[in-house]
Design a protein around this ligand. Structure first.
Ligand code: PLP
Length: 407
């Protein structure tokens, strides 16, 4: 093709990432046509940002805090983030080791762009949130996927520690750890994180840590933040953000923490890409961290109750193996029996459920690479009524699909 504007890089076309959005968009289309749609697709809290945070954003706007800010974020916010992490996780992060970014996605992008060179290898436990893999792909970094361990309905998912170590080659530079985990809802045991940290120390590798769901931990399960290791500066680039905890997905605010010698250079990269994080949002983010956490705690308790209901209902559906997730706001049931009996693959199954029954689920294959092919992701960012009714319709749908399957 000679037309210059059509000679874009092929890899852009090959990126994954809109897969989840495509299924959600399908749901929106159906709703527009007047159908009752039950959505378990969405990956953001369905509650709005708490009022006191919104008010702080409005106040900043009224005070005309509308210009560019420091590229790394305003000093008060960088301090507030360091203080939050240190108070909570006993770490010793300094404000000048914090870079505020447009969303956690911005932080992930900076981390990968800063550390990996074309031809390097990044180890990604899969299924996985797509950004690590897709940004790597665009930058010519080789992705090595290692499947998480599925331990069954009682135990859920574990990090494949031995397999990760076996996957290391001289080209490996980074291992990704997202904990609590999207899409499985997994919460990795502190012992496993210790083992992973040992691997990083022995092989001199970096760990890209994404703890965006660190407040969504249920049943008093133990969550260990990897920023709490005393030698984090040697091995860790840490990312987190405001989207999930404070229901601020549209505000686009995240952050990256890395040792000072590197952090001081990151604004040079960031200023050339986005200039600075959103100005008034940063003022609101300070209030989010330092203000009243009551609405957040209430939201998390509400999510726990929804999870319990969703687990109870899904376990009544034939062919569903449901582990009660311990973190984030997702369930990741295994439906291998249904796929085996019907001969459908998970995407065909999901499409059938959406098209005929108007229930939005995501196929595990929306989360690279292939380990999710026997699983579905359901988000419980939805009300009790949708959970009650949606699972009833889903049960009927599965029974119908099973009874008409040709195998
Ligand atoms: C694991 C994980 N990391 C990062 C993000 C990106 O969040 P943000 O809205 O802060 O860019 C998400 C959003 O779904 C996520 O699930």
């Amino acid at each position: 093709m000679n037309t210059p504007t059509l000679s874009y890089r092929q890899v852009i076309e090959e990126m994954l990432g809109e897969k989840a959005f495509a299924f959600i968009a399908k749901g929106r289309e159906l709703a527009k046509k007047g159908y009752k749609v039950y959505s378990f697709g969405i990956g953001q809290p369905d509650l709005p940002t708490p009022d006191h945070i919104i008010e702080a954003g409005i106040k900043a706007l009224r005070e005309k805090f509308t210009g560019y800010t420091e590229t790394a974020g305003i000093p008060e916010l960088r301090s507030a983030i360091a203080e939050y992490l240190n108070t909570r996780y006993g770490s010793d992060v300094k404000p000048d080791e914090v870079i505020v970014t447009p969303g956690t996605k911005g932080a992930i992008f900076l981390a990968i762009m800063t550390y990996l060179r074309p031809g390097d290898e990044i180890i990604i436990p899969e299924p996985s949130y797509p950004a690590y893999s897709e940004i790597s792909k665009v930058l010519g970094i080789n992705r090595v996927f290692v499947p998480l361990k599925w331990l069954g309905e009682d135990k859920g998912f574990a990090l494949p520690i031995e397999e990760i170590e076996e996957a290391i080659t001289p080209k490996t530079r980074m291992i990704v750890v997202n904990n609590p985990h999207n899409p499985t809802g997994g919460l990795f045991e502190p012992r496993q994180l210790d083992e992973l940290m040992d691997i990083a120390r022995r092989h001199k590798l970096m760990i890209l840590v994404d703890e965006i769901y660190d407040n969504f931990v249920y049943d008093n399960a133990e969550f260990k933040s990897m920023i709490s290791y005393s030698d984090w500066r040697d091995y860790i680039v840490y990312t987190n953000g405001f989207s999930k905890t404070f229901s601020m997905t549209g505000w686009r605010l995240g952050y990256l923490v890395v040792r000072r010698e590197v952090a001081q250079h990151l604004p040079k990269l960031a200023v050339n890409i986005w200039g600075c994080p959103v100005s008034f949002g940063q003022k609101a983010a300070i209030i989010a961290l330092k203000g009243d956490w009551t609405p957040i705690k209430k939201m998390i308790e509400l999510f726990r109750m929804r999870r319990d209901l969703l687990v109870e209902k899904l376990r009544k559906i034939p062919g569903f193996e449901v582990w009660k997730s311990k973190g984030a706001f997702y369930l990741f049931p295994r439906i291998k029996k249904i796929l085996d009996e019907t001969g459908l693959d998970v995407e065909e199954f999901v499409n059938k459920i959406i098209d005929k029954y108007h229930i939005i689920l995501l196929p595990g294959t929306a989360f690279p690479d292939k380990a999710g092919r026997e699983f579905l992701r359901l988000s419980f960012c939805t009300d009790f009524e949708t959970i009650e009714e949606g699972t009833q319709v889903l049960k009927k749908a599965v029974e119908e699909i099973l009874s008409t399957s040709k195998r």
